[in-house]
Design a protein around this ligand. Structure first.
Ligand code: GLP
Length: 255
């Protein structure tokens, strides 16, 4: 696990976009796991810039999103479908057929979740999964206490998560109570993980994730077991880390 501390959110976003772009350049048919929330927005802006200015080609890329609220139609402004198309996909040359986002309106949700797992495998597995982190240490919508081996399924959202996300809705009653989410096991099967965090509100979750014991109470701590995980944070999110961390990824230079 590599922890990188950047001066600013912009620098976090640039490095994370560069790592994703690097994968796509090496593997044009890359399978990306994508995240929502405010954290990855800077990464998405930078990927759009790389597409428009440097011709980064998404035409063969396949994407799978981490999660979606149950009950929100795709056109709902707070649905993750809407978020992803508005903030990323509509600005890229991605093929809509290659875009996968959990369907919170599916009639048979358990069957949908089973098929989502199957679709990831059929696509060749996730090459890279981008992650944010909840203030309570959740990844995707795997709330504290989630099985560390879990697969795609429905989760009940914690009160804290609903409160954190209430700012996007008119009132608390409108905040969905359930979400479909990739499981922690699903995420850990990705060949590479990039976890981003910015702002002081994430400092405790980041300290637990990087330096605390692995526990289902802080689901993000599982990334310590991943063979290729990069955690990129800005200064405020790094405030509770006790060790020194570099500002650049480690590059092996062979003589
Ligand atoms: C939601 C998403 C997570 C995300 C988290 C943090 O709960 N399901 O994937 O990491 O929010 O959001 P933000 O980046 O806005 O802090």
């Amino acid at each position: 696990m590599e922890v990188i501390v950047k001066e600013s959110y912009d620098e976090v976003s640039r490095l994370s976009a560069e790592l994703i772009a690097d994968l796509i350049r090496r593997k044009p048919r890359a399978v990306l796991g994508l995240a929502t929330g405010s954290t990855p927005l800077g990464t998405y802006k930078e990927l759009i810039r790389l597409h428009k200015e440097d011709g980064l080609d998404f035409s063969k890329v396949t994407t799978f999103n981490l999660d979606e609220y149950v009950g929100l139609v795709h056109e709902h402004p707070q649905s993750y479908h809407f978020f992803m198309w508005e903030n990323l996909f509509k600005h890229l040359n991605v093929n809509a057929k290659n875009v996968h986002i959990p369907d919170g309106t599916a009639k048979d949700i358990p069957e949908f979740c089973r098929k989502y797992e199957e679709d990831i495998i059929r696509a060749g597995g996730l090459d890279l999964q981008l992650l944010g982190i909840g203030g309570n240490g959740h990844i995707a919508f795997n709330e504290p206490g989630s099985s560390l081996g879990s697969r795609t399924r429905v989760k009940t959202l914690d009160d804290r998560t609903r409160q954190d996300n209430a700012r996007f809705f008119r009132n608390m009653n409108e905040v969905p109570r359930y979400a479909i989410t990739m499981g922690i096991g699903t995420i850990m099967d990705a060949r590479q993980l990039i976890l981003l965090a910015n702002g002081a509100g994430k400092a405790e979750a980041i300290a637990n994730t990087c330096e605390g014991p692995i526990t289902a109470i802080v689901p993000a701590t599982i990334v310590q077991l991943h063979p290729k995980a990069t955690i990129i944070v800005d200064k405020p999110a790094s405030a509770k880390l006790t060790r020194e961390y570099p500002a650049e990824p480690h590059v092996l230079v062979l003589a």
